[in-house]
Design a protein. Structure first.
Length: 508
């Protein structure tokens, strides 16, 4: 038998060719750091960015004689996630020890849930934009289980930040023991839109977690991490061998990683090769994946029940109380915003993409019109956030303050230009809307005599423009209007000034 030579790493088949010959099947494992004040099994704080190894204790360091205690808030958050994903909450679940050695796991085992997780058998519906129109895809959830996060290893001295080529490694255990929820999907037969389905799923899941208030889901900080599994199969054949691309850290990268794996695996199969079951690492720079460790043989983690923790046994009453307290979920919110605010599907998609959908809703709830709320967050504020490298919600101006600015414009207290100035000063930390308007004297000039005097001065300074307007050329108003606005430091209402000029020149 002739064995085909291995396909060189990096060889790709075009995406269209790949999906015309093979059916992609995806599976997504999402790790979510919960937003609790303390760790999963001890009282250490969980704040991000602290000095290395300053948020540790004997329990999260696994020192002899230390005993874990379950964080009740973490259990509640995990159950809320399960309910929002339409899962069943198990009346009995337990923790287990997952045994393995790695420097960032100080106990040499991880406390996790294995054969008896807290939440099982759920789903999340996602909508995918395709050339044929929006398509709804139901992603089945196999399990949602609790565990503790590992520490963080920093490889120093290499060019890539990975262990290969590094001169030494450092370990920060601050993250070790932070409550972690793992959400595991069943295989999703996503067809040619597998990359888009993967991105849509993580996007929808991220919004759901934000709406629940259980995590800040900052992918850049590692509080939301996605492992993307992918296999290819011929139509009608069993599932193929899968690869697992680890810790993809942005929504765009999830889509790119799946797309690359489809093309890479298809090239190997077309050349007569065999897919290796392995972990892979996504390369942000060129959108490719690189091999990690082989998983050709199942790892034996030697799971056994955690002897220092009692099982979880949530009551039906507690579960129903949690269910009744769930907030409005993203899909329900979008339906309501379409019906009540008149937003189109494109409006909603743009706001989701900009990360302002919830902020817009809160601004409308604070009194702004839907159009004004959307305009402020999608235009001025999104641009400021992008320039500062921040999420829109971290700009330093609240939805209530944006609604107040909209109200001041509507009352004529601020012009559009002055409103943008006021927002800039609020974002810069100079105070509330009222404080910056007063301190910076931003309010529209309401002194009719002062405006009239500025109009008279403009007519005297620009006699040529005035004659053109008298002759019916209203386009010549520009220099006159500019003269008045300069004289009033742009604090006059431009529409009112324009009307006054037309009246003075006999054109009203």
């Amino acid at each position: 038998m002739t064995v085909a030579p291995p396909t060189p790493e990096g060889t790709l088949l075009s995406y269209d060719d790949a999906v015309s010959r093979y059916e992609p099947v995806i599976g997504l494992e999402t790790h979510v750091e919960l937003g609790t004040q303390s760790k999963m099994f001890c009282g250490c704080p969980t704040a991000f960015g602290a000095e290395p190894n300053t948020q540790v204790c004997p329990v999260c360091l696994g020192l002899p004689g230390s005993l874990p205690v379950v964080n009740e808030a973490a259990v509640r958050f995990a159950a809320m996630i399960g309910l929002a994903l339409h899962c069943s909450i198990a009346p009995y679940s337990r923790f287990a020890r997952k045994n393995y050695f790695y420097p960032d796991m100080p106990k040499d085992y991880q406390i996790s849930q294995y054969d008896e997780p807290l939440c099982v058998d759920g789903y999340l519906d996602v909508e995918v934009a395709t050339p044929e129109g929006p398509q709804s895809v139901r992603v089945a959830i196999e399990r949602v289980h609790l565990e503790e996060d590992t520490g963080k290893t920093l490889h120093v001295g290499g060019a890539t930040g990975r262990i290969h080529g590094a001169t030494h490694s450092l370990v920060d255990y601050n993250r070790a023991g932070i409550p972690l929820v793992e959400i595991v999907t069943r295989p999703v037969e996503a067809g040619r839109y597998a990359p888009e389905v993967a991105r849509a799923y993580v996007t929808e899941l991220r919004e759901l977690l934000l709406s629940l208030g259980v995590s800040d889901v900052r992918m850049e900080q590692g509080s939301l991490r996605c492992d993307a599994n992918l296999s290819l199969r011929r139509p009608g054949q069993p599932y193929g061998t899968r690869t697992e691309t680890k810790n993809v850290n942005s929504l765009r990268s999830v889509e790119r990683a799946v797309r690359h794996e489809v093309q890479r695996q298809a090239a190997i199969l077309e050349a007569g090769g065999r897919i290796r079951q392995e972990t892979r690492h996504f390369q942000e720079g060129d959108g490719t994946t690189k091999p990690g460790r082989s998983k050709e043989e199942a790892t034996d983690y030697r799971y056994f029940p955690e002897p220092d923790l009692v099982p979880l046994a949530p009551t039906a009453e507690w579960v129903e109380e949690l269910r009744a307290g769930l907030p409005e979920l993203p899909a329900e919110r979008r339906r309501r915003m379409t019906e009540e605010y008149g937003y189109t599907s494109l409006d909603l998609e743009q706001m989701r993409g900009a990360g302002v959908l919830e902020l817009v809703q809160e601004t409308v709830a604070a009194g702004a019109s839907p159009d004004a709320a959307r305009s402020w967050w999608m235009n001025d504020l999104a641009a400021r956030a992008n320039e500062a490298g921040l999420a829109p919600g971290d700009l330093g101006i609240s939805p209530a303050e944006v609604a107040q600015v909209v109200e001041l414009v509507g009352r004529g207290t601020l012009t559009a230009a002055l409103a943008r100035e006021a927002v800039g000063y609020v974002v810069a930390g100079e105070g509330t809307v009222d404080q910056v308007v007063a301190a910076r004297s931003l309010a529209v000039v309401q002194d009719d005599a002062a405006i009239a005097a500025a109009v008279d001065a403009a007519l005297a300074a620009e006699p040529g423009a005035a004659d053109k307007v008298r002759g019916g050329d209203t386009k010549a108003l520009g220099p006159l209007l500019g003269h008045v606005m300069k004289a009033t430091q742009k604090k006059a209402d431009a529409r009112a000034v324009r009307q006054l000029l037309l009246e003075r020149l006999g054109q009203a």
